[in-house]
Design a protein around this ligand. Structure first.
Ligand code: SF4
Length: 288
């Protein structure tokens, strides 16, 4: 659902009833914050940050991107990580195993954790990625996910084109303007980032129109998965009555902080309104 909060930051989506419905489906309290004009925080995501940097530096520009982030001193550890990961993947491929498993995460996290110099362990650039674990996900996107999404070898012999794109969703029926979602183009494929896009969005996305940065209709849509392989979108759009009901609830309430009530703080981790609901570690008691 991460993309919904990025979409909520787009001024062209301001007041869009379909976005209110999606936010309500995520958590009623989120729909209320948005209806009140509160801008959600677009949560940093290492995979998203890697793709952003690939747009600037190209898919062979990891070292330059790290330098730009003030993490040049991490390069030796990162290069070591990449070497070990490549050797590991070669080994599992030779044994006919699936290299897309998460095993290398476990194996090589320690390489990064202990290899990143203490001098930058508290650096702003590392914090922005979410610490050493975020750096691992960032590097993994360069080394493995982007090539896998593009259907290339790991590491790819040639640079992979990466660019920004968007998805236009027309919903609910009769809504004046489409709802815009930020997307990425990776190789010849297009897809949503792998952040818990639920069946509701997936079904709607399958009926949307992809556009490149210039607004032209672009290629096909796939769902990008953290395991690496692009997944076809198979969801069917939710019934119109469901969308309309969610849109009505987004306008009229009630607005309970449902996620927090069901799963506590961990359930809110992907939400762009944590700063409004959680004050000094406690769920705000503010009532609608
Ligand atoms: S922080 Fe939690 S309770 Fe508040 S809007 Fe987000 S998901 Fe809902």
């Amino acid at each position: 659902m991460h993309e919904v909060f990025w979409a909520a930051r787009d001024p062209e989506n301001h007041g869009h009833p379909g976005l209110g419905a999606l936010l309500y489906a995520y958590c009623p309290r989120a729909a209320r914050w948005w209806a009140q004009g509160e801008e959600p925080v677009g949560l940093p995501l290492p995979e998203r940050q890697a793709l952003q940097d690939m747009v600037v530096w190209g898919t062979r520009g990891l070292r330059a991107a790290l330098r730009e982030r003030g993490l040049a001193d991490a390069w030796a550890a990162v290069a070591d990580y990449l070497r070990q990961a490549a050797a590991y993947r070669l080994g599992v491929a030779r044994r006919g195993l699936d290299p897309a498993g998460a095993e290398e995460d476990r194996l090589f996290l320690e390489t990064l954790r202990w290899g990143v110099p203490v001098t930058i362990q508290r650096a702003e650039g590392l914090r922005a990625l979410g610490g050493v674990e975020g750096l691992r996900r960032y590097v993994r996107t360069w080394a493995f996910l982007a090539p896998a999404w593009a259907g290339r070898d790991t590491p790819p012999a040639e640079p992979i084109p990466v660019g920004e794109a968007r998805l236009d969703l027309t919903l609910p029926p009769g809504t004046p303007q489409p709802l815009r979602f930020p997307l990425w183009q990776v190789g010849e494929r297009y897809g949503l980032l792998p952040t818990g896009i639920d069946a509701l969005v997936e079904g709607l996305a399958a009926t949307g129109v992809l556009r490149d940065a210039g607004g032209e209709t672009a290629g096909r849509l796939v769902r990008l998965d953290l395991a690496g392989a692009p997944q076809p979108l198979q969801g069917s759009p939710p019934p119109e009555s469901v969308l309309r009901g969610l849109g009505r609830a987004a306008r009229q309430g009630p607005y309970p902080p449902l996620r927090a009530l069901q799963g506590g703080r961990p359930a809110c981790r992907g939400c762009g309104y944590q700063h409004r609901c959680w004050v000094r570690g406690r769920l705000s008691g503010e009532e609608e």
